[in-house]
Ligand binder design. Sequence first.
Ligand code: PMP
Length: 463
Amino acid sequence: MNRPLTGELQALDRAHHLHPFTDFKALGEEGSRIITHAEGVYIHDSEGRRILDGMAGLWCVNLGYGRQELVDAATEQMRQLPYYNNFFKTTHEPAVRLAEKLCQLAPDSINRVFFTGSGSEANDTVLRMVRRYWALKDKPHRQIVIARENAYHGSTVAGMSLGGMAPMHAQGGPCVPGIEHIRQPYWFGEGRFGEGRGQSPETFGQACAQALEDKIRELGEDNVAAFIAEPVQGAGGAIIPPESYWPAIKAVLAKYDILLVIDEVICGFGRLGEWFGSQHYALEPDLMPIAKGLSSGYLPIGGVLVGDRVAETLVEEGGEFFHGFTYSGHPTCAAVALKNLELMEQEGVVARVRDELGPYLARRWAELGDHPLVGEARSLGLIGALELVADKSSGERFDKALAAGNLCRDLSFEKGLVMRSVGDTMIISPPLVITREQIDELVALARQALDDTARRLGKPIDS
Ligand code: PMP
């Protein structure tokens, strides 16, 4: 794309386009980047740069860019039946086949799916479904959903209310009532350093589960409907819980008979080296919201996988569930998602993440832990994070005004790597089809970005 066209698009973008999660004024002053095309794990911008997409778009392009089979699946479906709904006793083959495939891949106790257009809609569906379930069980007082601080569950009103992001709650509230938040299992920030300073991961994980039990007691167990969490918290900062966390949480939920909702929007479809993050942690969720990697982001589609306990009640005793979206199970999106899952199966993508790429990334990524700016380098499967610190031994952070994370993100982009920043935590979540050589390239670029960041922050680099 030539430069004048870049300028024209930037001007039109500034004039007419309000971007998601963006300071509109600041972006207008800076001008946006224009992505023109992509292949494999690389995106290209209008300045002619090729950039390794370390975030798989927004944690979604699991099969990488440029898969002709997905284009063909969409084309064929659009020719045959571009759209029809599943309301009013109708259905169509793509939605049925996709539902069957998802239930095959999901944990054994899950045999039904409700489709949505996105992850946010999936979590809206979750909130309504768990409340409906308990109402049908003659326990209508079980209304409260417990979620976690700093969680992200979407941008619809229910999604942002379930999420635990304070800046989101502060805008456009009040939030949906009946949602409570407990602490997140963020060992680096709240166990090793921060308020729990010096706690072992094991003890810290137990303490986080204790916080759930304390909250249930405070609210009254008969008032709590469900607990919702991601296996590994993604947008909150790729927060990998200590090993003690999930077993202890499971025990608390079982003790009080509370539903478990595992948000698989990021961790689903191979990210942690299993089809679902729940399988990595041996969880048996009652509900699993999904989206993103379901279609590798080629078309928008989401859903809620519904476990037998909830589904049987909804089906047997429910009557009409007054809920659904125009694009629930959209045939073209469903056809692409099904093809995406078939390709992942045929190519053994998930096992490769578990057996080869995840362990390889873990080894290479951990090497960045020796950098003077890095307080912790962690990863699981193909999700990873770096904690930027001013002082490695005390874990002291940089002055917020320096915006070290954003600086590192921008310098990384300049070097040719998309890394995301959440505060001063740098995150990667690359396409699952990345090769070992491309992981080497990713790690080398990340190190260069860290070096550049250190220079800009006036920190000596001796590594
Ligand atoms: N849940 C999680 C865990 C997510 O990461 C996201 C999106 N980042 C959502 C829900 C919302 O999905 P969507 O943007 O498709 O609405």
